[in-house]
Design a protein around this ligand. Structure first.
Ligand code: SF4
Length: 349
């Protein structure tokens, strides 16, 4: 079948063009996404640790099973010493990056974050600190009575290297209904502008399958693409289906499933012509699907993520070692590439 020029030539497509992809056959999407895939014959992964430092959270998002009030994970808070020890253990086990994400709580202040980052960075200067989502940064800024730009500047000075994009869905209708306690779309963009001003990077994400329309998914992708045009901060894009089990939306939506994940990933690869890397989210879908996703435009299987808790709270317990990741990459026909926080190659296998 002949593809229309707008899709096959690799040029930017419009929102109206993207809407046509809703009914495209699965393998047509795979073909179009693969033609825009980065990485050549390789696919990347990173050895990292996710440190979820607390689940006590004022936001109480309806799609989240992790926060204490959801009643799944008892309230907890790691001490600074425990966080430090987890960083030390990650380094000892070959980890090159840590991610820090937790809840919005008055105890977690900008000053606390600065102190913690400084301590970790001075002990492990080579450890890449991919830390605090935009909602946490906005929370810190509000608590400290400073602008978002100032909060980002202080976090960078304390040792933060990059920020996980944690965007959920950048659609005000959805945010108003499901996560009004999180940052707004405007604040999310403001964080990205502040990262650009401080020469920092981020990853854009998309959590889908929360009852949104296809047009709203495209709206989300359009915010991401526009923000990237403006700031250039995104190294990668990551999409994953929400895990509705044990959450406030369990009765309203069904799990999107692997095919819907692959379709969404491919549409994102086609639409986001200005973001180089695309991760295949093994955490929710498992490594087998992540392997297939490498044929739908993804060029990175993400991180080992030792200890991740947020997705596990929804009852999904996928785990992977670096070896498992290399095997999945090889099985899809690519050469494994261990990478760092800037997606630079550390070694090829
Ligand atoms: S998704 Fe994040 S901000 Fe929302 S309730 Fe869960 S921990 Fe809090």
């Amino acid at each position: 079948m002949q593809e229309p020029e707008k899709f096959s030539a690799g040029a930017r497509i419009s929102r109206a063009d993207a809407l046509e992809l809703e009914s495209a056959p699965l393998f047509k999407l795979a073909r179009l996404a693969a033609s825009r895939r980065a990485g050549g014959g390789t696919a990347g992964y990173v050895v990292n640790r996710m440190i979820n430092y607390s689940n006590v959270c004022a936001a109480r998002c309806k799609f989240c099973a992790y926060h204490a009030k959801a009643g799944v994970v008892p309230p907890f808070r790691l001490s600074d010493g425990e966080i430090f020890d987890l960083c030390a253990d990650a380094v000892e086990r070959g980890g090159v990056q840590i991610m820090l994400q937790g809840g919005l709580h008055p105890d977690f202040t900008l000053e606390w974050a600065q102190r913690l980052l400084s301590r970790v960075k001075s002990a492990f200067p080579k450890l890449w600190l991919h830390v605090f989502s935009p909602s946490e940064i906005v929370w810190f800024a509000r608590g400290a009575g400073v602008s978002i730009a100032e909060a980002v500047r202080r976090l960078k000075a304390a040792g933060a290297d990059s920020v996980p994009g944690a965007a959920d869905l950048l659609v005000e209708r959805v945010r108003g209904e499901l996560c009004p306690g999180k940052c707004s779309v405007g604040e999310w963009r403001e964080v990205m502008r502040a990262l650009a001003e401080n020469s920092m990077s981020s990853s854009a994400t998309m959590t889908f399958g929360m009852g949104e329309t296809f047009a709203e998914r495209i709206e989300h992708l359009d915010v991401v693409r526009g923000t990237q045009d403006e700031t250039g901060v995104f190294k990668a894009f990551i999409a994953w289906p929400v895990s509705p089990e044990r959450t406030g939306i369990e009765r309203r939506v069904e799990r999107a499933g692997a095919v819907e994940f692959l379709r969404t990933l491919a549409v994102a690869r086609i639409y986001l012509d200005n973001i180089e890397h695309m991760q295949s989210g093994w955490l929710t879908e498992g490594l087998k699907v992540a392997e297939v996703a490498l044929l739908f435009g993804a060029d990175d299987v993400g991180g080992v993520l030792m200890d991740e808790m947020v997705v596990r709270a929804a009852g999904i317990d996928n785990r992977a070692t670096a070896e498992n990741m290399r095997a999945a990459i090889r099985s899809a026909g690519f050469r494994p590439r261990e990478r760092g926080g800037l997606y630079e190659t550390l070694r090829e296998f």
